[in-house]
Design a protein around this ligand. Sequence first.
Ligand code: HEC
Length: 140
Amino acid sequence: MRWRGDEAGAGSLCAVAVVVSGACAWAWACDGDGGGGAGVATERAAWCAEAPVLSWDNFGHGFLLENCQPCHASTAADRHDAPTTVAFDSIERVRILKAKMLRMATGDAPEMPPAGGVSEEDRALLEVWLECGVDTAVEE
Ligand code: HEC
């Protein structure tokens, strides 16, 4: 396992191992109540509490630069027709685009990047970052 941040403790490693093993990437979303309500919010909070602490600095920025920004940066030399409105230049942009990013780049059938090449582990970390860290983390 490769880790970008130092904050990931033993408990966190375990949580992501479960995610990566694919048993249920959405522990809090697969409890059968249709994906809404306080129960899900509570389970999600518990899931996030177990996950590595990921931020723009220790994960997001590097991940996006490597895997997404070649086409999506507002300054990209060759966008390969990626929409100009979909650029992940800052944490603020990512917060706005979070739902689309989760839909396109995580889950069972990710469509981004178009050529693939992102490991399952990194996709799981992207999911953790977007779900747990991106709205709450204090960014320097
Ligand atoms: C090789 C270029 C390329 C890379 C790398 C790439 N994308 Fe894209 N992306 C595109 C293109 C082209 C489109 C527009 C066509 C489409 O939506 O399929 C797009 C569209 C999108 C959209 C908008 C979808 C919508 O419904 O509006 C999102 C969100 C997105 N990409 C996320 C990502 C993420 C996250 C990554 C990195 C994990 C990534 N992309 C990497 C080319 C790329």
